[in-house]
Design a protein around this ligand. Structure first.
Ligand code: TXA
Ligand code: MG
Length: 330
């Protein structure tokens, strides 16, 4: 965790939250666009600013298990176990909500998503202003912001943003639904299925990246309303590279950004340019960098982004693969 000095301006931001203002702040995953979770007008402003459909609920950010208890109807033993093990950290838990939790926050669902971020800035804000409802700080349909500039690209001067450098993970939190059985990962993230299973001593289901509009057993409503919307897509067309494109020629198509990741022991390394990035199997780095590259591709007017396919999907690339598939519309 990053250490910060007590900062008077953070208190000013907390004060703004208490007064019903919307502000953007860094977390360890992506930047969030936050408002006082108990203030319906303030939360409505988040939806308005993002152009977010009202049926897509928000994650409420807390700084303790106790505060989670003010939102969830009950903190089950399993929920507590996960909170103790993974909080603060990139894990949002979906639990049955208390009746007081605002409908606008949960989009009318009987459940609420809660997470404790592993970042000193939001933790301080929450300490001073209470729970913060916050989606990612991008306008709807744009890639999540992982740097201050990204928030400014989407909101200009309309939203005050607290600077916090580049986000540690660069991909959004794992969203785990504890209100259904088996427990189900609705969005893969840094905390993996096997880590969750190990802690819970039971199988956890992972919703496939392809089932973006799945129905649950009891009805036909999408389990995670956000999943039915196209997400994370830059303007440039994102596509998988075709086998015949490799090895890449010296003179690359100018309008394509190439993202490679596999190491081929017997081939000469590609020279890195603004047009060709090679992550050399460093998937942490690739995850941290992905949304920034998506945005850069648009700024530099690339027509497409060609990404080297993953030969086998394993847990280390699950979240990354999920976001790329969404961007491709796969
Ligand atoms: O890493 C993150 O989680 C970031 C940072 C800012 O904390 N936040 C984030 O929020 O990614 P957002 O709103 O972009 O994504 C939240 C996802 C959406 O897909 C939403 O549909 C789902 O969580 N969600 C929220 N509440 C839910 C609920 N009660 N039931 C099912 N899905 C829910
Ligand atoms: Mg989002």
């Amino acid at each position: 965790m990053i250490d910060i000095q007590p900062d008077i301006s953070l208190s000013n931001y907390a004060e703004a939250l208490r007064k019903g203002k919307v502000i953007a702040f860094p977390t360890e995953t992506v930047y969030g666009l936050g408002a006082d979770a108990w203030n319906a007008d303030a939360v409505a402003r988040i939806f308005h600013l993002k152009g977010r459909p009202p049926d897509n609920p928000l994650i409420v950010h807390v700084n303790s298990i106790e505060m989670a208890g003010s939102l969830a109807a009950e903190i089950s033993e399993d929920a507590r176990r996960l909170m103790n093990r993974f909080w603060p950290g990139p894990l949002a838990l979906i639990l049955p909500k208390r009746p007081e939790v605002l409908d606008i926050v949960t989009a009318g669902l009987p459940t609420v998503a809660i997470r404790m971020p592993d970042h000193p800035i939001p933790l301080r804000l929450i300490e001073e202003a209470g729970p913060i409802a916050a989606p990612s700080a991008n306008t709807s349909g744009r890639p999540s912001p992982t740097r201050v500039e990204h928030v400014r690209q989407d909101f200009g001067a309309e939203v005050p943003v607290i600077e916090g450098g580049s986000c540690q993970y660069g991909l959004e939190s794992t969203v785990l639904d504890l209100s259904i059985r088996p427990y189900t990962i609705l969005r893969p993230g840094h905390i993996t299925q096997s880590e969750l299973e190990q802690e819970l001593h039971q199988p956890v289901r992972l919703i496939s990246s392809h089932s973006t509009n799945f129905t649950d057993l009891s009805g036909n409503t999408p389990r995670s309303p956000g999943m039915k919307y196209t997400h994370y897509a830059p303007d440039a067309r994102v596509r998988w590279m075709q086998p015949h494109e490799l090895p890449l020629p010296d003179d690359l198509t100018r309008s394509t950004l190439y993202l490679l990741h596999r190491i081929r022991p017997n081939s000469a390394p590609y020279p890195e340019t603004d047009q060709l990035i090679h992550y050399r199997e460093n998937y942490t780095e690739m995850g941290r960098d992905l949304y920034d590259r998506f945005r850069m591709a648009d700024l530099n007017r690339f027509a497409e982004i060609a990404i080297e396919p993953f030969t086998d999907s394993n847990e280390a690339v699950e979240a990354l693969l999920n976001r790329i598939r969404k961007a491709i519309g796969d």
